[in-house]
Design a protein around this ligand. Sequence first.
Ligand code: FES
Length: 578
Amino acid sequence: MSTVRKTREQLRSWRWFGPSDTRAFSHRSRMQQVGVRREEVMGRPIIGIVNTWSEISTCHLHLRERAENVKRGILAAGGFPIELPAMSLGEVMVKPTTMLYRNFLAMECEELLRSHPVDGAVLMGGCDKTTPGLLLGAISMDIPAIYLPAGPQLNGHFKGVKVGVGTHTRKFYDELRSGRITDQDWIDLEAAMCRSHGTCNTMGTASTMTSIAEVLGFCLPGASSIPADDAAHPRMASQVGERIVQMVWEDLKPSRILSRASVANAAATYMALGGSTNCAVHLIAMARRAGAELTLDMLDQRARDIRVLVNLMPSGDYLMEDFYFAGGLPALLKRIEQHLDLSALTVTGRTLGENIAGAKVNEGGDDIIRDAAHPISERGALAVLYGNLAPAGAVIKPAAADPKLLRHTGPAVVFEDMPDMMKRIDDPALPVDANSVLVLKNAGPQGGPGFPEWGNLPIPKKVLATGVRDMVRVSDARMSGTHYGTCVLHVAPEAFVGGPLALVRDGDLIELDVDARRLELKVSDEELARRRAAWTPPPPRFERGYGRMFSAHVTQAPEGCDFDFLQSPGTLPEPDIY
Ligand code: FES
């Protein structure tokens, strides 16, 4: 536990409200205008609640109510809450992709905190990009911050099957397209898919990233596993409010929490979770902001060392509600503690080891949170591939792929971009069979634009009709963490900037060998040089606005897709107050 105790004059907000000059007079006067007494803001920790609630961010609909629980805790601990709305980034509704705006949210969070009189922050998010977006901003601002995960949805059920959001959308869609379920079944599924508040109930990107936030040290122990509609969730929210006030007095900032050790812990946990491939992008971005080295190769090494122990969809059988009852993230961390640096500091003021000292897998939970002797798969959560098709790297999630396809060579069926794919994928004349390798170009950070989750290309109808449910797919896109399949993703450099993926043509042989970590285009160097000479860069995606800034500054997937001017550690000076 930290022994630092700030004085009230050391509070950041004191600069706004403490002095007896005209500026502070105006600040206090404006608070009095809204019914707040001067004593409520002078010398008390002021907590900014950065809330990504909105009516169109369906996973966060309960966060407006949760903010009230947080405020209760803040007031009880002697702080003063101020809610700061931020971009909501609902994964399903925001187009072309929320990933275009992750860095926007990061900048918004950082600047909201910098420009306002706040001493500490509660970060309220959960839907995929909101977790890394808020954390990136808080890391760079570096005032005490605690993360409040929205919590997963309750288990879904349909026709006797446990339904995983996203995972079963694609499964049932393939059944529909192959005529195995009716149109009415499909309509009924729509109503059954999401049955409560909260984020996707699989180990998709949302649950992966909230778990990562927790193991990095930014959440109260166990917080990321609590279902959104469990009564424990508002209790946790109130506790978050209490704790952030104490963190302000203790000056417990992200720079004391995020370290090489906590990043290494997150990498290990990612693998045991069987987490989303998106984590490889976000975790690298967060580590770089903190100056902690993390590379794709380091992640690959962790994936070789640590098998997937969490039996959750899309790699396994269960859902987040089951995980919670099995003991949740603390129980998993206890199971992999030999891979963790237990001395890493967390928002509790205690170490990770102290936080999980009493954690255990609950009775009946051993099939959900496995031990090292019984992994859910011998294949890892991640493999990093290199070759002439991906000189800077590509990733695949072997645990969610058909084992028979992990070593495969087949002819490419190339789609130049998403509209091309949508137009032709189900064309009966498409020269494709189960042996083909589907290739999608121009879906990376620049090309998408924004690095959309298009990497799980649908299986062509005529191949589905033969009973096939998985094929090798290669793209510079991402894939939803709820999806599965033999999908090679994040190929870098991307096609749009002239990566070798841009040179692939129909019929070229592509070799995938996951054990050898290889992705090769079986075309001679001379022929590739000829094609490169004939290649012309596509016109820019954006002429103006945020998109233009994004295109000018976003980095490639192996570097975390952060903006180049935000990547380095360090904070900006405090604003002048005149
Ligand atoms: Fe929000 Fe999946 S759509 S977490």
